[in-house]
Ligand binder design. Structure first.
Ligand SMILES: [Zn+2]
Length: 401
């Protein structure tokens, strides 16, 4: 089987690469994934998937039915990407998909149209060759991961596979978890006055200045092998547009990366008293720390207010899915495969929160993601295609009991 898969993966290589380039050349910012969704759906149909559909939220799902002798697997990748920024800052055009020195360049090559192209073709090569996996295989191309994971969190309400593989960049090693992300807002109100008479108002900046300083002295949880939770102030907004007015309210966004076991409620319970102490130093001020909520609209026209939270997760290092995944990849790729922890949050957190055990395997290196040097080694795309095909045939045999 391994030899057969390897030769099929090699044969589909050129088609997979040019499909990936097509995806890169088709912009798909969060909320506007429609054109890429159509490309992916059409490609799945062309590759003889048993069923292809788009759900209400704009996720595209392809199904290859199994032999009913094993559990179902979902391969999960997001279609959206972050903004490419100024094209002049890139060494090659961000929407070009050009190949130079063995790397395909552009926004979304590693995060994560490369993985999507490899997944679509890995299951496609089984479909075309008439190979039935033990259990059903789903390839889910989801929307709006970069803004919190709305697509996957809705998808798992209708499709609940026995296990999942998320294709975020793992340098083609096997990932088994990550810290989560909790978006928070510290909102502080004072009293707005003319900036020439600050004594007559209450300046909310005085509170936030104290608050930011205290953040640096917070005791943060640490857990092996995830490292320490971290908190970073990011955006700041004032309710005024004029620089000669003391604002009445300011809002500071915080990006909190939490280790498994630390919940959004734990974080709010820790931060509330810290802000209260700062408010007490500035008479007349008030405020609170709240969970950030995003108002999202999908390309299909649905709207949703969605909490800015990616759950953290860690699948046990001895979980059968991790062990079987590692063994399968080592054998198929004919090299050692490490078990690692992602440095960033993924849709795996939403899958795990829905009770779906999830591992990660994806082409490309995390350090190029969200930068103007985003690229994916073409050899890794080819290797990932073989890796996904092998996982498709083997993970379904893992006992889920
Ligand atoms: Zn991503």
């Amino acid at each position: 089987m391994n030899l057969q898969l390897a030769s099929l993966a090699e044969q589909c290589g050129p088609e997979m690469i040019s499909f990936c380039q097509q995806l890169i050349r088709t912009p798909s910012p969060s909320g506007d994934e429609q054109a890429v969704a159509r490309l992916i759906g059409d490609e799945m149909k062309r590759l003889d998937y048993d069923q292809v559909w788009t759900d209400d939220w704009g996720n595209v799902i392809g199904l290859l039915r199994g032999r009913n002798e094993g559990s179902s697997i979902m391969f999960n990748g997001h279609m959206d990407h972050v903004d490419p920024g100024n094209p002049a800052d890139w060494p090659y055009p961000p929407l070009g998909g050009e190949i130079h020195d063995g790397h395909m360049w552009g926004r979304g090559t590693t995060d994560m149209k490369g993985a999507l192209a490899a997944m679509v073709h890995a299951v496609g090569l089984l479909a075309r060759a008439g190979i039935r996996p033990p259990g059903d295989l789903y390839v889910a191309a989801v929307v709006q991961e970069e803004v919190g994971g709305l697509g996957t969190s809705k998808l798992v309400q209708t499709i609940r596979p026995d296990c999942a593989v998320v294709g975020e960049a793992s340098s083609n090693q096997l990932a088994r978890g990550h810290r989560g992300r909790v978006g928070l807002v510290a909102q502080v109100r004072g009293r707005s006055v003319h900036a020439s008479v600050p004594d007559q108002g209450v300046n909310p900046h005085a509170v936030l200045a104290r608050f930011v300083q205290r953040l640096e002295t917070l005791e943060l949880v640490s857990e092996d092998p995830f490292g320490r939770s971290t908190v970073a102030p990011t955006l700041i907004h004032a309710d005024q547009a004029s620089s000669n007015v003391i604002p009445g309210e300011i809002q500071l966004h915080l990006d909190w990366r939490n280790v498994p076991g630390e919940t959004a409620e734990d974080i709010l319970a820790q931060l509330g008293p810290v802000l209260d102490a700062c408010l007490a130093d500035v008479p007349g001020s008030e405020g609170e720390v709240v969970l950030n909520q995003r108002r999202l609209q999908t390309w299909t026209g649905k709207t949703e207010t969605f909490p800015d939270v990616f759950p953290s997760y860690g699948l046990d290092a001895h979980h059968p899915l991790v062990l079987r995944g590692q063994e399968t990849l080592c054998r198929a790729l004919d090299r050692p495969v490490e078990v690692t922890i992602w440095s960033f949050a993924t849709d795996g957190g939403h899958l795990m929160a829905a009770g779906v055990p999830t591992i990660g395997f994806g082409p490309g290196h995390a350090h190029t993601v969200h930068t103007v040097r985003e690229r994916v080694p073409v050899s890794m795309l080819a290797e990932a295609t073989l890796g996904y095909a092998a996982l498709a045939m083997e993970l379904g045999l893992v006992s889920q009991s």
